[in-house]
Every structure is written in C-alpha cells, then in structure tokens.
Design a protein around this ligand. Structure first.
Ligand code: NDP
Length: 255
C-alpha cells in the first residue's frame, strides 16, 4: 500500500450535511473522487440534485436527502434512507452552517437560537444519530466543520453567536473523540479561515484590509483548498488522529 492509498475511501459511505454548495460541496466531491459513495444532505432539493449530478458525473455513487439538520426526525430519516440505499454510514461530515452578523446588543434571541440550532445543536444531534451505529460497529470517522472564528475574534464585523457556536463545535469534537476513541470512532474538526462561498462577504472592499491584507498569505481560500483536509481526517491516512482541530486559514490566526 502506498501513502496515497491511505487516502482512498473505496467501499465507504459518507454523508455531507450542507453538501449541496460551498465548502460542503467541495468536500463531497473530494470524498467521491477518493472512492466513497456520498449522500448530500441539505434543505434545497434543487441544489441537492445539482450536487448529486456533479458527483455521478465523476463516476461516483451518490444520493440526496432533503434534510434540515436542526430536526432530529429529519436526521433519523436521513440515516435510515442512506443506510438502506448505500449501506451503513462510515463517514459523517457535519458541515451545514449559517452565520449572522451584528453587534451583540442588536441580536435577538431568535438570531442566537437559530445560529446555535444549526451550527452546534445539529452537530450534537447528527453525531448522536449517526454515531450510535458507528460506536456499535466499532468504526467510523466524523469530521466537524468548525471555524477559525471559534479560536479568535473576527473584526470589524461582529458575530458573537457564530463564534461561540464554532468554539462549541471544537470542544464537542474533543469530547466525543475522547469518549468514542476506545470504540475506534475518530472525531476531528477543521477550522477554515476566510473562504469564498455564499456565506461570506469577503469581496467587499471595505473589509479588504481586515480580511485579505491582514491574512499572512494575503488572500482568501477557495473551497477546494479546504476539502483535502476533510478527506485526510475522514480517511485511514489520519488513523491515529482524533480530537484534533485542523486550522486552514492562510496563517490568519498566527498574529
Ligand atoms: P454556504 O452558505 O455556501 O453553504 C451552507 C450549506 O449549509 C448549504 O449547503 C446549506 O444547504 C446548508 N445548510 C444551512 N442550514 C441548514 C440546515 N438547517 N439543514 C441542512 N443544511 C443546512 O456556506 P459555506 O460553504 O461557506 O459554509 C460551510 C461551513 O463552513 C459552515 O459550517 C461554515 O460555518 C463553515 N465555515 C465557512 C467559512 C467561510 O469563510 N465560508 C469559514 C469557516 C467556516 P440548504 O440551504 O440547502 O439547507
């Protein structure tokens, strides 16, 4: 076996929440290219179908599930349909996420709750719903998409609920990793920096100083630059890695 063989996922079944666009879609493509059968779980059926078409276009086995990750019944239905159609789930990528911006005195309870429900509670619920089978089988890999925002305070746009949710994702990652390591279920996270997708306004000229000039690499990432780290953590290449939060930020958190 060569080192590159350790990145292969042939015969594995993966679920990518929010896999229909942005970072999640890039991860879905990476896992499919590595040989996994991939289920894309998101709310928008048309985008889900488009993502599946891209995956099947590269020769992968793929399916979509219309899933709101904040709903435990949706997550259970997703687990059941993926297991029936593709087989037991080996890899869970908890990627779905939302952001809201605003000064803390302007954010209402609904905003706080919506961010927590999507970014943190859903990672907990999906890890329970899918992790139960992994623990029972004694194998599995979970990769959570955290953020450098869970480690530093971004400026000049404030987003306290988002930052707190991502810090929670990082620590949930460590908690589950420790609990499930004896059952050979690995739990890791990636912490991307500024990445060009629909969620981020990183092209706005008024933020260029903070979001580009202050990044040591002086640019933002493309989603395709985040995906390989998720593949690493999902694959046997990282067989002795658990509880890690892998930062992919062009050096931003170095300052
Ligand atoms: P996008 O807005 O491009 O994509 C978000 C994805 O999440 C969509 O596929 C969306 O699908 C899905 N999603 C949102 N809410 C739900 C829900 N309730 N149920 C199911 N799916 C949902 O964002 P990004 O690709 O930029 O972000 C992906 C992840 O990366 C997020 O967790 C984000 O916090 C994180 N991240 C992003 C960074 C960036 O700069 N872009 C930096 C650091 C971290 P649908 O609407 O169809 O449900």
């Amino acid at each position: 076996m060569t080192v590159l063989d350790q990145f292969r996922l042939d015969g594995k079944v993966a679920v990518v929440t929010g896999g229909n666009r942005g970072i999640g879609r890039a991860i879905a493509v990476a896992l499919a290219e590595a040989g996994a059968a991939v289920a894309v779980a998101g709310r928008d059926e048309q985008r889900n179908s488009d993502a599946v078409a891209q995956l099947t276009g590269i020769g992968a086995t793929a399916m979509a599930t219309t899933t709101d990750v904040t709903s435990r019944p949706d997550l259970e239905a997703m687990r059941d349909s993926v297991s029936q159609q593709l087989g037991p789930i080996d890899i869970l990528i908890n990627n779905a996420g939302i952001g809201i911006h605003g000064e803390s005195l302007t954010i209402d309870d609904e905003g706080w709750d919506r961010v927590m429900a999507t970014n943190l509670d859903a990672v907990w619920k999906a890890s329970q719903v899918i992790g139960e089978g992994m623990v029972a089988r004694g194998s599995g890999a979970i990769v959570n998409v955290g953020s450098m925002s869970g480690m530093i305070i971004n400026r000049p746009q404030w987003h306290a609920p988002y930052a707190v949710s991502k810090a929670g994702v990082h620590h949930l990652t460590r908690s589950l990793a420790a609990e499930w390591a004896p059952r050979s279920v690995r739990v890791n996270a990636i912490a991307p920096g500024y990445t060009k997708t629909e969620i981020s306004d990183i092209d706005l000229p008024e933020y260029k100083h903070y979001w580009i000039d202050e990044v040591p690499m002086q640019r933002y990432a493309q989603a395709s630059e985040i995906a390989p780290a998720a593949l690493y953590l999902a694959s046997p290449a990282s067989s002795f890695v658990t509880g890690s939060v892998l930062v992919i930020d062009g050096g931003y958190t170095l300052w």
